[in-house]
Write a protein that binds this ligand. Structure first.
Ligand SMILES: [Zn+2]
Length: 231
């Protein structure tokens, strides 16, 4: 699967164009909060030819990830997949901007065609995307993955994890979700909702927010700060 990243909008969210290389079939993952992704995709099509777009996938429905769904569907309509457990947050999209003190970002919801559960398998050409539910940052936040790559939304970042102090967040669920996420193979390349690419293995060894997993599994963490004589 070929993965192209488009970092868009005022929240600099990573949205992704996923393409099954055998068939050229593509999916868009997450939307940004404005029309920047639409413009970037139009530019991409001018340079590379028309997209064979088969689906839109959402990791979760915070405004920076799903706020532009209706704009995207107006230009690139495709069956849209969203985690079932994020429905309560999805329902807030028309007033979510106001909830975060940015009423100009209140958005119509856009349309969801497939509400998906943990373990769902979604075929994209000859690729199968599997869905892992990782609630905590939001009630339904989830990850899509194949044998090489995982798209984690705001579950995990390079050196950090998603915030759990928002309305509808749950820090206890986040701990359970991280435990499940790190049961997947360490070689998986991690594509986050914000920031650079990493791998599960690298995060398990170095991420300061998963020290509890290192303790549970007896994995050595990053070296501590060394004292130099005389300092
Ligand atoms: Zn979020």
């Amino acid at each position: 699967m070929k993965i192209r990243t488009f970092t868009v909008g005022m929240f600099q969210v990573n949205t992704y164009l996923l393409t099954d290389e055998a068939t050229g079939q593509s999916a868009i993952l997450d939307t940004g909060e404005n029309d920047e992704l639409v413009r970037r995709l139009e530019q991409f099509e001018r340079e590379h030819g028309a997209l064979d777009l088969r689906m839109i996938l959402l990791t979760h429905t915070h405004i920076d990830h799903a706020g532009a769904l209706s704009l995207l569907q107006k230009r690139y309509d495709a069956p849209t997949y969203c985690p079932t457990k994020d429905k309560p947050l999805y329902d807030t999209l028309p007033m979510q901007g106001s909830m975060f003190g940015m009423p100009h970002l209140d958005r119509p919801q856009g349309r969801v065609d497939h509400w998906i559960e943990d373990g769902a398998e979604i075929p994209l050409g000859e690729t199968t995307l599997r869905f892992l539910s990782t609630p905590g940052h939001t009630p339904g936040q989830g990850c899509y993955y194949d044998d090489h790559d995982i798209l984690v939304g705001d579950t995990l970042f390079s050196g950090s994890i998603g915030r759990t102090d928002f309305p509808l967040s749950d820090p206890k669920l986040m701990v359970e979700s991280l435990r499940r996420l790190f049961e997947l193979p360490g070689h998986l390349r991690v594509h986050s909702g914000h920031g650079p690419v990493t791998t599960l293995e690298r995060e398990l060894k170095t991420n300061p927010f998963v020290g509890f997993l290192r303790r549970e599994r007896g994995i050595e963490g990053p070296p501590g700060i060394r004292w130099a004589p005389g300092t």
